[in-house]
Design a protein around this ligand. Sequence first.
Ligand SMILES: Nc1ncnc2c1ncn2[C@@H]1O[C@H](COP(=O)(O)OP(=O)(O)OP(=O)(O)O)[C@@H](O)[C@H]1O
Length: 268
Amino acid sequence: MKNTLQNKMVFQVEGLHHSFFTKKKEETKVLEGIDFKVFENEFVAIVGPSGCGKSTILNLMSGLLRPTEGSVRLRDKEMDTVHSSIGYIAQSDTLLPWRTVRKNVEVGLEIRGIDKTTRKQKSIELIKKAELEGFEDAYPHELSGGMRKRVDIIKVLAVEPEIIFMDEPFASLDVFTREILQKYVLKVWSEDRRTIVFITHDLTEAITLADRIFILSQRPAKLKSTHCIDLERPRDPEELKFNPRFIELYEGIWKDLKSEVEMQVKEA
Ligand SMILES: Nc1ncnc2c1ncn2[C@@H]1O[C@H](COP(=O)(O)OP(=O)(O)OP(=O)(O)O)[C@@H](O)[C@H]1O
């Protein structure tokens, strides 16, 4: 397996603290001293108990929020604004209901002033790769949840971001559709290995997809542990869960995560 740590550093997160304050200045401490690095072409997953601050980390890494303390550096530059080199895929899709599949895929290209012929060429190619041929002129409400999610993904891929953030993108999908989408993400990633930071609650999903997994503690979150996933690629989500190494990794990482989830349940 490729040693991703030999690749160039993309993100350096150092001493990251973050708190939210109410109007009455009451503090909610969310992050407490998080340090990690993300390297070029790496697939990193961030896993932690519900509400521990996973999305907050992604919002800080994308420049949507400024940290209370500490820093996020993107290729050695302090993150102080939103970057077009980062594509963002969230749990709920961002498809425009009044636009067809093809027109949705072309939104970002239109904004960038790309001409009509190039836009069409590119969207048709991506739609084909996503196995959505025949649905070019369909509207979002005519698609299944899994199909909508694929359109959402290719909409981001159309503008060729260098880095992709995915915040629980498959959380609302059933387990079978999730597996199909995981397979699709692995295929997309293997083509050009864009750097991906993927947030999930689901440890199976994280082990299936990632090169490294960061486990967060409950809030205020600290980086509890980092795990390298040495499973061979290409990976097949359907078969992987029966692989003895997968089971061994799952058991090891779950020990770390379990105590955090149990603590959270006790306090709820
Ligand atoms: N803009 C905000 N203002 C105030 N509090 C916020 C804000 N955004 C998040 N929080 C709080 O910060 C904490 C962490 O939220 P965050 O969404 O980062 O957690 P998460 O781990 O992604 O959650 P989940 O697993 O449920 O998606 C939560 O207690 C949340 O209520």
